[in-house]
Design a protein. Structure first.
Length: 308
């Protein structure tokens, strides 16, 4: 390695360390804000149920697998029956998700400010704020999904098979926290099986399919509990909405074939291309809905006027 290459490598390592330090600083600010306010209101009823389960540890419960009550037991031993102490675990989980998101941006080629923007987007997302202010299994599940995604990004960039261990650990912790992790496992498995034949399209198709499977499972569960009822009109429209979504995806994928060379342009050129693709997708979806008689322009415009 020449002196010039050594100098460039040193600068790269220094930049990476600076970006990571920025991510950690942002995460610590989020934890500090949550810690300052998490003790100002009483326990949520789900938190009380978790604390009760934490007093009688087991390998599973009616509502969830064992990880959440186990961590609640740790909080009880460390902080006692303290709302702020219990919720500090949720805040730390979101802190880790923020850092991992920034690191994922790095794996995708983002520099310091791109990583900071990705981490900040997670920090101010309503879901992240909610799970940092409460201690529930959903917040931990959120962290394991992000961890699995980060390990998958590292696997794709480095092609180091050892990152499969990280994916396995994340899925295992997720399954011990909330069974919905199975849908992510389904998507990853489908992506691995379809990638040799369809490439990245196969990965996208597998992830999309796992999402639809999850939505269908949710609909079945809600229907059995009589929390969801579809009238005849909704049952007529739902398959057509799915078909319109598929048409939109195919249209965007075909357009990507033609605009792929343009993605190597500068940031402004890529932004224009991505904006065009999003606009094209929205227009295609709306046109497909109109063509399939799901909704009319008159009804759509009336609904938009009501919201405005």
């Amino acid at each position: 390695m020449t002196a010039f290459e050594t100098k460039i490598l040193a600068r790269s390592v220094s930049a990476d360390r600076g970006a990571t330090a920025l991510l950690i600083a942002l995460a610590l600010v989020v934890v500090a804000v949550h810690s300052a306010f998490n003790g100002n209101y009483g326990f949520h009823r789900d938190e009380l149920a978790t604390l009760d389960d934490a007093r009688y540890l087991a390998w599973g419960y009616v509502a969830y697998p064992p990880v959440t009550p186990f961590l609640a037991r740790v909080a009880l031993e460390l902080f006692g029956a303290s709302a702020a102490g219990l919720r500090s675990l949720g805040a730390v989980a979101q802190c880790a998700a923020i850092v991992l998101t920034g690191l994922m941006a790095h794996e995708l080629g983002g520099r310091r400010w791109a990583q900071a923007a990705a981490a900040l987007a997670v920090a101010i997302a309503p879901v992240s704020i909610l799970w940092g202010a409460l201690f529930q299994y959903s917040g931990l599940d959120y962290l394991w999904w992000v961890l699995a995604a980060y390990c998958a990004a590292r696997l794709l960039r480095t092609e180091d098979p050892r990152w499969w261990l990280g994916i396995g650990v994340a899925i295992g912790l997720g399954m011990m926290t909330r069974y919905t992790m199975g849908f992510l496992a389904l998507g990853i498995t489908g992506g691995v099986l379809l990638f040799p034949w369809l490439g990245h399209v196969g990965v996208a198709a597998a992830i999309g399919l796992s999402g639809w499977v999850g939505a269908a499972a949710l609909g079945v569960v809600l229907g059995r509990r009589h929390w969801l009822a579809l009238d005849a009109d909704a049952r007529r429209r739902l398959p057509r909405i799915v078909l319109a979504s598929a048409v939109m995806g195919i249209c965007i994928e075909v357009c990507l074939i033609f605009v792929a060379p343009g993605l190597g342009l500068n940031a402004e050129g890529r932004a224009i291309i991505l904006f065009t693709l999003v606009a094209l997708g929205v227009c295609t979806y709306l046109f497909a809905l109109q063509l399939l008689a799901v909704v009319t322009w008159k009804t759509l415009m009336a609904a938009l006027r009501e919201r405005v």
